[in-house]
Design a protein around this ligand. Structure first.
Ligand code: SF4
Ligand code: SF4
Length: 164
């Protein structure tokens, strides 16, 4: 049985700036140009994500690391070509935020976010890189103020989301 997720539908409709979502006529131009759809033989496909989010059919949440949602790399190519000027990537961002808030985000996202939370950097500096920079005469990179970064991220409630 298909259940309509009204919270999802409302969030998507509220977030869509130009109210154009309802004018999607499923032409599949977004799918045609999507590089991820191309290399995955449409295992990831933006067109049904748009259709189902408009209808409130939650077919891409409820499971961890759902590729039919997280496959999108937010390259914006589909936004460029949509004849109805639908901002698809805005909608995908809303859906991904909901997925994270429900504790269903992929581990590679939460691991990366935890690294930034703990160290203030996405990729901590490696001693080998530091040595190489020194050999090349490049300046020392000062570490970020991790406490300051943590304070800012706490304002976004990231710490609570990461615990899920
Ligand atoms: S390109 Fe635009 S109108 Fe066409 S299916 Fe995709 S979202 Fe809908
Ligand atoms: S933004 Fe996402 S859906 Fe759109 S073309 Fe890029 S990867 Fe595909």
């Amino acid at each position: 049985m298909v259940v309509v997720d009204y919270e999802l539908r409302k969030k998507v409709m509220d977030a869509h700036i130009h109210d154009a979502l309802k004018y999607c006529y499923q032409c599949a131009r977004c799918t045609d140009v999507c590089p991820v759809a191309k290399v995955t033989d449409q295992r990831y496909n933006p067109r049904p994500v748009i259709m189902n989010s408009f209808l409130g059919l939650n077919t891409f949440m409820g499971e961890k690391d759902n590729f039919s949602l997280w496959g999108c790399t937010i390259c914006d190519t589909c936004d460029e070509v949509c004849p109805q000027k639908i901002e698809l990537t805005e909608i995908f961002t809303v859906l991904k935020n909901m997925s994270i808030a429900r504790g269903e985000g992929p581990d590679y996202y939460t691991t990366q976010a935890s690294t930034i939370y703990d160290t203030g950097k996405a990729i901590p500096m490696q001693p080998a890189i530091e040595r190489r920079r020194k050999d090349l005469g490049l300046p020392v990179i000062e570490p970020p103020d991790a406490d300051e970064v943590k304070k800012l991220l706490n304002e976004t409630k990231l710490n609570k989301i990461l615990k899920k």
